[in-house]
Design a protein around this ligand. Sequence first.
Ligand code: GLN
Length: 447
Amino acid sequence: HYLEKIHEYQALNIYVEVFAEEALEKAHQLEQKYRENPAQVGRLFGAVVSIKDVICYQGHTVTAGSKILEGFQSLFSATAVERLLAEDAIIIGRTNCDEFAMGSTNETSYYGPVRNAADPTKVPGGSSGGAAVAVQADTCLISLGTDTGGSVRQPAALCGVIGMKPSYGRISRHGLLAYGSSFDQVGILGHSVQDIALTLEIVAGKDDFDATTTQGLVPPYSQMLEFKGPVKVAYFDTAVNHPSLDPGIRAHCLRMIEWLKAQGHTVESVPFDYLDYIIPAYYVLTTAEASSNLSRYDGIRFGYRSPNTQTLEETYKKSRTEGFGREVKRRIMLGAFVLSSGYYDAYYTKAQKVRRLISDQTNAIFAEYDFLLMPAAPTPAWGLGESLEDPVAMYLADIFTVQANMVGIPGIALPVGTHETGLPVGLQFMAGKLKEAELLAFAQQIS
Ligand code: GLN
């Protein structure tokens, strides 16, 4: 079924590689395993999962949507992938994404853009655009993406599927191609909250290969979906009335607020002083981390090496010049600039301080409220090519998702209806650190 769907939707450019034969063979093996002893099969028995092209899968190519890693094979699997396989999931392919997960439209991929299944002239969002459309077009049950500043929640919203980013440290980052290490998290996209809850409980948890993972047992999220309301929900007037917010999406936010109140929940506007500082601080910090993380792609150790070079320095320079795309180069340069000795304090240190202020005020809100309601994206999906020439405008469009990554808290985007253009609309809820069980139960209640 899924392979047929992949074939049917080939023109959307969802996958950079489909493991067709391997997936079928695995399915047959699993069938055999079930016949031998039905009690022995894993909790994701036969579940078909796709993985974003920044997640390592042993013996398979991984490129981060970049020419610089063309043909590079993973020597090991990401911890998340190992845990899926241990529960008998089937990995069906690698999904297209923005180059090194940098972007909000999936148009910076070396493999060309992904198209939104709701309207193929529109972007799917990004950077996990392939992952979102993979679920939207029903080419898999579950998709693993990554979310550094909204890359799971924003494309989920633009494609009308569910996308969750857990707390920082909830899922191991071992085996992810790093972008901004203090922001990156694996996120899960799916058709239902139950599927996401079960996948999360399987892939989450302590990992010796990632010292930032949360210690202790993982709650059985899929068995904790019974909702115990009523709850207290906060929102920001400044977000709901943000000048960048499309009126149709604002109407969905207001409707959600009224509906929640009618269900007996407390929904209140709370002050937040830093909304307009989130994006500048995020792009200083993530480009700084990216410039450091991406220094390893030097033409020597991985992937692409420029063929016509004489000296070592020339090899570095030409391999990076030819291997990286425009957006990645822009960010490496910006990151190297904000980390340079003359500007470090003015930009990098300042942005760290802003991050702390944002975290403190956000955590103070969660001392009083269970959830924070936020749009996921300021507009529904826009036309392919429309935002490419204005990177700053594209950065600003991340205003509603980046807060969760700045603070390290979980967030989930849920489809809530249709825009007047006919395109899907998603809204987002965030919760306090490690409150995934509560967030999922609430999401289950709403969706
Ligand atoms: N759009 C944001 C960026 O380009 C978020 C990307 C992501 O979460 N990977 O940085």
